[in-house]
Design a protein around this ligand. Structure first.
Ligand SMILES: *Cc1c(COP(=O)(O)O)cnc(C)c1O
Length: 394
């Protein structure tokens, strides 16, 4: 059975089998999974013929290639590339597609590390960025300049769960000869496929839902365009930002259960969000899966689900928020998201501490806004933990 045919099989079949064709050739052992190929270099019999195309692991490695094939199948992409981290993937895209003097239009609610990369690193190389509220497509159009090359968005955003209209933004991008890059980390390809909505390049921090077990750092780029693929791939090889064979294996292992995990993350997130919505000590819950989310309808149109991350605001002071978080016994007080265990954090003090208080409050990241990445534990245990931690607040 060959699993290359992308649309013939369902999502989980592809997650389990794509990229891992069983090798029945003479001398092969029929491994059901792709082995971890640790070899850094590959021997050849003839001087000018690399064996099965393999020469040196930075260029191409069988375990990494299996993962790249699998992730491409899941995003309905022609090509996949995997990197040592999400930020390594972003860096490689920027280095391969931009040159000094170019301009990026970016969503103002991007992942902090992406903003730091744009401002502090690429800013030094004369690449400029204009941040706009991309939930309003007309604002985005207003800031496009003659030297703009990319539009870069994330939907839903972090930690405010704002939704960008990917289809409408792709239209604007293409009318202006620009490429649209979508960071799809928060929903994973299980719930959202930006390439199908018109995006040109999808990126992931596979550290989050794709890996899914908080034990492997990685990044991915998925796309359909031949020329851009070749540029990004050759740049990746040149700078060496590749995923290691062992990390490729861990990610291959994790992604097989993506559908099961995402369903359970979403189910638990909705229950916890509903519980908090009714709690007297909570002033606001922001989750695109709730019908009071201002963009609930758009979210339903472009995604098949809403994931496991949401934010809520506690009544009271930052000290109350800190007490609540420190009172939790099951929820883990930590940055990051997308693992099987529930993680919780205080953006104003943790992930978004580097953003000025005034700027934070302007967009809605108040001192008592709490972000949760709901895991797949038993829901009654999660609710009980929140109940006791809120109950012990004065
Ligand atoms: C974590 C994250 C990144 C960065 O990925 P790393 O794997 O940590 O380099 C980028 N975008 C989003 C939305 C993320 O959550």
């Amino acid at each position: 059975m060959t699993i290359e045919t992308k649309k013939r099989y369902g999502f989980s079949t592809r997650a389990i089998r794509s990229g891992e064709e069983i090798d029945f050739r003479e001398g092969a052992t029929g491994d059901v999974i792709v082995p971890i190929h640790l070899a850094t270099t590959f021997a050849r019999e003839k001087v000018n013929i690399p064996t099965a195309g393999y020469e040196y692991t930075r260029l191409l490695n069988p375990t990494r290639k299996a993962l790249e094939t699998k992730l491409a199948a899941l995003e309905n992409a022609k090509y996949g590339l995997t990197f040592s981290s999400g930020l390594a993937a972003e860096t490689t895209i920027l280095l391969s597609l931009l040159k000094s003097g170019d301009h990026i239009v970016a969503f103002d609610d991007l992942y902090g590390g992406t903003k730091r990369l744009f401002n502090q690193i690429f800013g030094e190389y004369n690449i400029s960025v204009t941040y706009v509220d991309a939930t309003d497509v007309s604002r985005l159009e207003e800031v496009i300049q003659t030297h703009t090359k990319l539009i870069w968005i994330e939907s839903p955003s972090n930690p405010l769960l704002k939704i960008c209209d990917i289809r409408a933004i792709a239209t604007v991008a293409h009318e202006n000869n620009l490429l649209l890059v979508v960071d799809n980390t928060f929903l994973s390809p299980y719930f959202q496929k930006p390439l199908d909505l018109g995006a040109d390049i999808v990126i992931h921090s596979s550290t989050k839902y794709i890996g899914g077990h908080s034990d492997v750092l990685g990044g991915a780029v998925l796309l359909n365009d031949d020329a851009n693929y070749e540029r990004i791939q050759s740049l990746q090889i040149a700078v060496g930002a590749v995923l290691s064979p062992f990390d490729s294996y861990l990610t291959l292992r994790g992604v097989k259960t993506l559908a099961l995990r995402m369903e359970q993350h979403q189910k638990n997130a909705l229950e916890v969000a509903n519980y908090l919505s009714k709690h007297p000590k909570v002033s606001k819950v922001i989750y695109p899966g709730l019908d009071n989310h201002p963009q609930h309808k758009l979210a339903n149109e472009q995604s098949s689900g809403h994931g496991g991350v949401f934010s809520f605001e506690l009544k009271g002071t930052v000290a109350d928020a800190e007490n609540f978080l420190e009172n939790l016994k099951l929820f883990v007080l930590a940055e990051s998201l997308g693992g099987v265990e529930s993680l919780i954090e205080l953006p104003a003090v943790m992930t978004h501490a580097s953003v000025e208080k005034e700027d934070r409050e302007k967009v809605g990241i108040t001192d008592t806004l709490i972000r949760v990445s709901v895991g797949i534990e038993d829901i009654k245990d999660l609710i009980q933990d929140i109940e006791q931690a809120l109950g012990s607040l004065k």
